[in-house]
Design a protein around this ligand. Structure first.
Ligand SMILES: Nc1nc2c(c(=O)[nH]1)N[C@H]1C(S)=C(S)[C@@H](COP(=O)(O)OP(=O)(O)OC[C@H]3O[C@@H](n4cnc5c(=O)[nH]c(N)nc54)[C@H](O)[C@@H]3O)O[C@H]1N2
Ligand SMILES: Nc1nc2c(c(=O)[nH]1)N[C@H]1C(S)=C(S)[C@@H](COP(=O)(O)OP(=O)(O)OC[C@H]3O[C@@H](n4cnc5c(=O)[nH]c(N)nc54)[C@H](O)[C@@H]3O)O[C@H]1N2
Ligand code: SF4
Ligand SMILES: [Mo]
Length: 746
């Protein structure tokens, strides 16, 4: 067993961070651990509160400025349960988003024909007038549902509020069908509640943490990493199931290098052992669950020997790890993961994870899953939204029965005219999401865009999606604006404030201002009745016993729990929010919607000869495609590489550091070459790369042409029939050592 101290773990996970040199000379400090809060001797710095937007963990921190108003550093807020006073390397480097000289600086309007790459600068008034006019015309001619919205990130709330007031019902985000959707549906059907964000995993107090492809360590979700290192210090057992030797695997007692796409078989075999050896929590299962008999029958023949043939994990390892979990129970977490859209049967895999947790009695128990509580911030009263005439469900009556958010793929499909329909989506408003990198099958996205009458993009950077817009609105960064109060539920209910540390650079504006201005121009001013966001926030905060003035001082405010139920299910009666009022091992929701009520293993396609499965994930110092051009984080990692097993490298005569092009099963070739990294840490049947590189937009002066884009190579999507998740890990690539000619690069 390999115990690693917290210090080591943080050091490993934040690789290179300690030696970080910032591109802007004015930014001197990198704050981690003990350095936090240190102010340079002789300098007088002032500080304002924020919460980070470099990823969706939303850590609260302080932005320090010198006398000239230059931002010097961002450090964690000690009271914040998301960060515990520390930011991750991306959060500290977030200031690079503010300094990036490539930022969008002023509104832009496309000149000439659709598709022309010529934009002219415009005033806010002109750009917003144009949008209001176009949206007005579309509403009149086709109905307001013909304008679809894609949004991601905190500011999206204001924009979606505006568009719901307008009457739009097609409001989609990549956080559902490209990320957490399967786990949300699975946990909701099993426990009647979701896992939420930050996850309600009680990692701090766990005795056994099972990670199934959840690569905490590369996935830098701050509080989660800190709790994991705390648990390791306290002797928790880590079991990592990952075809790749991940950072988490290197800190694990057991690393199970599973054959990709076979996890459900392993999960069923674990259930088999736990039930057969009577290791499950009998009292809990009897009192709180529904369908144990059916489950027992279902996994009767799912022996470790059966799973061995599928997963390549030896039977004795399956038995030993099942026993480890049971011995730690109920202080055990089979982690639900987060980006779970892999193979198209992901809701069933997530269900298997949920069921395993139920057998172990970990839901609602210390060291398992706690019960989070949020702050109920009131909404400023506004008129009801108009009732939409159409929703996406009207077009997918017999499909994706358990999806409860709009599918991004449905918006794309409905934007392409089809003779079987007399109605199409005509325009998109895209806020804070780089769709050509975030949605798989880029060509389908581009085809939909080609068919639009009008595309508006609100972004901070000239990202790829921006180049397709008819109108571009430059938002200021999170460091230059207010946003809604962060109230994500946690062990202790809490609120965090984001306020401008400095005036917006250039001619950029905050989302709340953009939404309110547009609302007024569109005759929807009633939906934005407050004078400015300060008035709104102060009103909301006063209703819960605080004020804007107080939040500016403290940044984070911890509140009292209303209910003393952080852990429950120790024998008390409890009614779950499911059809049966019980934890559903056997899902009545799934049965009613025509899906297998108990998860089953189904085989998935294997790589064709000469091809390797395209596996992808995160790098600790980058977030998706949004940070590739950030001067501070770019310094830490300028491009991605493709991980290749030594056996494969030998076969192809590849050398470490050599550049290759990747070609997928459909003949799509990466736009740019990518550096080979030869390593035993990846199985011979797969290659691995970090998502978010290979930018094609030349205005991104640092990120342009660096590395390869996984999204581009993900042309085959395995749709999850249950909720429309876009399974992305069924794509296969091969190597091209020469720059491909025109005929292959089509
Ligand atoms: N191939 C592939 N696809 C994936 C994934 C993957 O690993 N591989 N991951 C999936 C997952 S888990 C997720 S959650 C999604 C993420 O999907 P996205 O959130 O779309 O990811 P990004 O590529 O970071 O795009 C964010 C965009 O918002 C802009 N932006 C950043 N800050 C602001 C701001 O304050 N205001 C405005 N207006 N814009 C801002 C950035 O410049 C960028 O254009 O992607 C999914 N898609
Ligand atoms: N630094 C950083 N951290 C982030 C983000 C970021 O952009 N940057 N994004 C955040 C977001 S929104 C999300 S959703 C999360 C995503 O983070 P996770 O939920 O942890 O991501 P996954 O993509 O599910 O997991 C990637 C891992 O799955 C493994 N894997 C691939 N195929 C299989 C398989 O068949 N079986 C098993 N068992 N494992 C497999 C890969 O080898 C890799 O180690 O990260 C979050 N944290
Ligand atoms: S985990 Fe890092 S990038 Fe994400 S919000 Fe926290 S500090 Fe920011
Ligand atoms: Mo995600």
């Amino acid at each position: 067993m390999k115990h690693t101290s917290r210090r080591d773990f943080i050091k490993i996970t934040g690789a290179g961070a300690g030696a970080m040199m910032f591109a802007r000379p004015t930014i001197k400090a990198f704050s981690q651990g003990g350095e936090q809060g240190d102010v340079h001797p002789g300098e007088t710095l002032t500080r304002t509160p924020t919460y980070c937007e470099v990823c969706f963990w939303k850590c609260a921190g302080w932005v320090y400025k010198d006398k000239e108003g230059n931002i010097q550093k961002i450090i964690g807020n000690e009271d914040d349960p998301h960060s515990n006073g520390r930011m991750c390397p991306r959060g500290t480097g977030g200031v690079g988003m503010y300094w990036d000289g490539d930022r969008l600086k002023t509104p832009l309007i496309r000149e000439g024909k659709p598709g022309s790459q010529k934009f002219r600068e415009a005033s806010w008034d002109e750009a917003l007038d144009l949008i209001a006019k176009k949206f007005g015309e579309i509403k009149e001619k086709y109905g307001p549902e013909s304008v679809a919205v894609f949004s991601h990130g905190t500011g999206g709330k204001m924009i979606t509020h505006l568009m719901k007031a307008y009457g739009s019902s097609f409001i989609a985000a990549p956080s559902f069908a490209q990320c957490r959707g399967p786990r949300q549906v699975a946990f909701l059907s099993t426990f009647g509640e979701e896992v939420m964000s930050p996850e309600r995993t009680d990692i701090r107090d766990t005795k056994c943490l099972v990670l199934i492809g959840s690569h905490i360590g590369e996935n830098m979700h701050n509080g989660q990493i800190q709790e994991m290192s705390e648990a390791i210090d306290k002797g928790a057992t880590i079991i990592t199931v990952d075809p790749r030797y991940s950072t988490a695997a290197s800190h694990s007692k057991y690393w199970l290098p599973i054959k990709p796409a076979t996890d459900i078989a392993l999960l069923l075999a674990w259930m088999h052992v736990i039930i057969n050896e009577e290791l499950y929590d009998k009292k809990y299962v009897e009192k709180y669950t529904y369908g144990f008999k059916e489950l027992k029958e279902h996994v009767k023949d799912k022996t470790p020997e059966w799973a061995y043939g599928i997963t390549t994990i030896p039977p004795d390892v399956i038995r030993k790890t099942a026993r480890e979990m049971a011995h730690a129970a109920p202080a055990v977490i089979v982690h639900p993961g987060r980006h779970v859209v892999w193979y198209g049967d992901d809701t069933q895999r997530s269900r298997a994870i949920a069921i395993l947790n139920a057998l172990l009695g970990s839901w609602g128990r210390r060291g398992g899953f706690f019960v989070p509580e949020g702050v109920p911030l009131p909404k400023w009263p506004v008129p009801d939204y108009p009732k939409p005439k159409r929703t996406w469900k009207d077009f997918y009556k017999d499909q994706y029965g358990l999806a409860f958010e709009v599918l991004t793929s449905a918006v794309c499909d409905l934007s392409i005219p089809d003779p079987s329909r007399d109605w199409d989506i005509k325009a998109w408003l895209v806020y804070g999401t780089n769709l050509t990198a975030s949605l798989p099958d880029t060509n389908a996205t581009l085809k939909a865009i080609d068919n639009l009458d009008f595309l508006v993009v609100i972004d901070t950077m000239p990202m790829d999606i921006v180049s397709y817009a008819d109108v571009v609105l430059p938002e200021c960064t999170y460091l230059e604006r207010y946003d809604g109060i962060r109230t994500s539920p946690h062990r202790v209910p809490n609120m965090a404030l984001r306020m401008p540390a400095t005036e917006p650079l250039y001619n950029s504006k905050p989302n709340w201002w953009i939404a309110k201005q547009l609302a007024e121009k569109m005759g929807l001013g009633d939906y934005f009745p407050w004078k400015d966001i300060e008035q709104l926030l102060d009103w909301q905060l006063k209703k819960v016993g605080s004020s804007l003035e107080e939040m500016k001082r403290v940044g984070v405010k911890l509140m009292k729990r209303e209910y003393d139920d952080l852990y429950f299910l120790n024998g008390e009666d409890y009614e779950f929010n499911t059809n049966t009022g019980k934890i559903e091992l056997y899902s009545t929701d799934f049965a009613a919607a025509g899906f297998d009520p108990l998860p089953d293993y189904t085989p998935h396609p294997e790589p064709p000869p000469g091809f390797y499965r395209l596996n992808y994930g995160r790098a600790p110092m980058h977030t998706f495609s949004r940070t590739a051009n950030n001067p501070n984080l770019w310094e830490l990692r300028k491009e991605n590489s493709v991980w290749v097993n030594p056996k494969v490298a030998k076969l192809w005569d590849l050398k470490n550091g050599q550049y290759v092009w990747l070609k997928n099963q459909d003949g799509v070739v990466s736009s740019f070459p990518v550096k080979v990294r030869i390593t035993e840490r990846i199985r011979w049947d797969s290659v691995y790369m970090v998502h978010g590189f290979g930018h094609k937009e030349k205005q991104l002066t640092r990120a342009y042409g660096r590395g390869a884009s996984d999204s581009e190579l993900i042309t085959k999507v395995a749709m999850d029939p249950i909720m429309g998740g876009t399974g992305m890990r069924g794509n296969f690539v091969t190597f091209l050592t020469e720059k491909p000619g025109k005929e292959v690069a089509s």
